[in-house]
Design a protein around this ligand. Structure first.
Ligand SMILES: NC(=O)c1ccc[n+]([C@@H]2O[C@H](COP(=O)([O-])OP(=O)(O)OC[C@H]3O[C@@H](n4cnc5c(N)ncnc54)[C@H](OP(=O)(O)O)[C@@H]3O)[C@@H](O)[C@H]2O)c1
Length: 290
């Protein structure tokens, strides 16, 4: 394992971003659907994140839908020059909050325009194509038509860079034959390490790996080893989980999601946490136990 804790930033497309960013999904209502209970609190979280050095925010227009992007715009527009907002396309929401694949070129084009309008941008810095072949995990299936559609929007100047999400190695390789893929956003954390080899391969190629559910997502990470290490360091388990990811590989960019200022501060403090090789080895055991 590479000790990458000293690398505080990494290249995302043509921009250098801080490795500890912010994921905006928690800013919508329950089930990522509808408005949040407290919109002012959501605005405050975004403003404090940016004031604290975060310059990479992950979002999508299907969070809410539309609402999360509108809150980002309300909180941060006009955007600081160094802020990189990354969005994702390929789903829409049913009236009951369900996640419905929307992967046709026409739907992807519509989604890009929705993101531009709701974020108040003329061009999207990075758009991830989120595969919906299986909603829950990467599943083989063609994405050429979808990547080609995004590449066309890139040629039109609406998108600067393209990434892939919820994808397999085969899909990444196929995507790279069509256009440059600047990041991969897949499910990965201390306990869920199916992408271990992929993380290392992308690091060698200078491609960012952005784990979603870095804290376990809808089922937050729970492990006695994690709690024990955190207690010894007098920090929280979530801080250890984020620090572990920062140590894991220099191309890992973090986007922990929270609707709470207290949790935001706690998560950002993980930037200063050093894990010794002994502790890293102990934490590596968590995945083996799963
Ligand atoms: N590409 C994809 O398919 C995909 C899928 C899912 C997510 N994402 C992106 O990835 C980002 C991160 O994922 P996520 O937000 O689902 O999951 P996550 O970051 O793993 O965890 C978020 C959960 O942990 C809680 N939390 C955050 N900080 C905490 C802390 N310090 N202590 C205790 N609990 C804490 C949050 O609740 P509180 O609000 O109470 O803090 C929330 O319930 C999202 O915001 C989204 O941008 C992408």
């Amino acid at each position: 394992m590479t000790d990458s804790r000293h690398e505080t930033s990494f290249r995302l497309g043509t921009r250098q971003v801080q490795r500890l960013g912010y994921g905006a999904m928690q800013l919508a209502g329950r089930g990522v659907f509808g408005p949040p209970k407290n919109r002012a609190a959501a605005v405050a979280v975004l403003r404090e994140a940016v004031a604290s050095g975060v310059n990479h925010i992950d979002t999508s227009d299907f969070y809410g839908p539309h609402i999360t992007n509108q809150i980002i715009r309300e909180a941060l527009h006009p955007y600081p020059d160094d802020l990189v907002i990354v969005t994702k396309v390929s789903a829409r929401r049913g009236p009951d909050g369900s996640w419905i694949p929307a992967m046709s070129p026409a739907e992807l084009t519509q989604a890009v325009h929705d993101n531009l309008r709701n974020l108040g941008l003329d061009v999207l810095e990075v758009v991830n194509l989120r595969s919906m072949h299986n909603v829950h995990h990467p599943a083989e299936g063609p994405l050429d038509e979808q990547v080609t559609a995004l590449a066309e929007l890139q040629h039109q100047g609406l998108i600067r860079h393209i990434g892939l999400s919820n994808v397999t190695r085969t899909q990444i390789a196929a995507g790279r034959r069509i256009c440059e893929i600047v990041c991969v956003q897949n499910h990965y954390n201390l306990a869920h390490r199916a992408d271990d080899a992929l993380v290392d391969d992308l690091a060698r190629d200078g491609v960012a790996y952005v784990p979603f559910f870095p804290l376990g997502g809808f089922t937050p990470l729970q492990s006695s080893t994690l709690s024990d290490v955190a207690a010894r360091l007098e920090v929280t388990p979530m801080q250890v989980a984020l620090a572990w990811l920062l140590h894991r590989s220099p191309n890992i960019l973090l986007i922990p999601g929270t609707s709470s200022l207290v949790h935001l501060r706690e998560n950002l403090a993980a930037r200063g946490l050093t894990l010794t090789p002994d502790l890293l080895a102990e934490l590596d055991g968590i995945a083996v136990a799963h």
